[in-house]
Design a protein around this ligand. Structure first.
Ligand code: CAA
Length: 261
């Protein structure tokens, strides 16, 4: 096992095909310091390359998923340092992950914490989770997707209210807005996220990757271009052994045996 300082990693699920990454910096409510984000990127790259892993779950503690970028660490930054170091650019590893990634959010997901959750593919929340973009109270604005991914997820009026007031929204409200797909009692959240990751893992990893890419394209392009990408990707599945097997298995009334080919 790795000797992480700010995270914990383990493998879960009956088939041991679900990677669980737990943010583990309790003293600072999992504030996302450089060291933590480096470890998270490294862990994601490792699980990304590990063919035994079908899906990833990202979680924090019961009190905090993550309370945002590390305010104490970034306080001394100057404008020129931000520009020349392209501050926060290295956070994108999460959004680049090709495998499905589920955020299991208990407690605070604030600022960069909410942005990190929104880089994931699915967000599940514990009943006491709190989401927000409080940057405005610090004299700054969200810098890792809080104005962009949030507006796409919850619409303009909700996104404006969250970003301009800095107010937090609870799990139920976040679900009503469409930020979160399901809400669970806190002690069941992680198990439910793993269950969903396992369900995803019963399908072809190869086709799952194409499907994730297609859904993500909806956020990157026009409807016409997106539909074209989807249609061609759909056609491309007909070149795979797994598509053949999936349809053959249906016809023969047996479970499919996918080979990720
Ligand atoms: N950065 C650095 N340290 C943080 C932190 C953060 N974002 N959030 C919490 N901590 C630290 C606190 O400083 C405190 O440390 P000390 O014990 O050494 O004082 C410890 O974590 C516990 O926090 P609190 O005592 O504040 O805990 P609380 O239960 O009273 O309050 C909270 C919880 C409401 C989440 C509060 O900690 C808070 O408001 N945190 C800051 C949230 C925030 O503004 N996030 C946005 C950051 S900016 C950003 O993310 C930019 C971007 O877009 C990428």
């Amino acid at each position: 096992a790795n000797n992480w300082e700010y995270i914990k990693t383990e493998v879960a699920g009956e088939k041991k095909n679900v990677a669980v990454i737990t943010l583990n910096r309790p003293k600072a409510l999992n504030a996302l310091c450089n060291g933590l984000m480096k470890e998270l990127s490294t862990a994601l790259q490792g699980f990304g390359k590990d063919s035994s892993i079908a899906a990833i779950v990202l979680t924090g503690s019961e009190k905090a998923f993550a309370a945002g970028a590390d305010i104490k660490e970034m306080a001394p930054n100057t404008y020129s340092q931000c520009i020349q170091g392209n501050f926060l650019n290295d956070w994108t590893e999460v959004a680049r992950t090709q495998k499905p990634i589920i955020a299991a959010v208990n407690g605070y997901a604030l600022g960069g914490g909410n942005e990190l959750a929104m880089m994931c593919d699915i967000i599940y929340a514990g009943e006491k989770a709190k989401f927000g973009q409080p940057e405005i109270a610090l004299g700054t604005i969200p810098g890792a997707g809080g104005t962009q991914r949030l507006a796409r997820a919850v619409g303009k009026s909700n996104a404006m209210e969250i970003c301009l007031t800095g107010n937090m929204v609870g799990a139920q409200q976040a679900q009503q807005m469409g930020l979160v797909s399901k809400v669970f009692p806190p002690d069941q959240l992680l198990a439910e996220a793993i269950k969903t990751a396992e369900k995803i893992g019963t399908h072809s990893n190869l086709i799952i990757q194409l499907c994730k890419e297609a859904v993500n394209t909806a956020y990157e392009t026009t409807l016409q271009e997106g539909l074209k990408f989807e249609r061609r990707t759909f056609h491309a599945t007909f070149s795979t052994a797994d598509r053949k097997e999936g349809m053959q298995a249906f016809v023969e009334k047996r479970p499919a045996q996918f080979k990720n080919e």
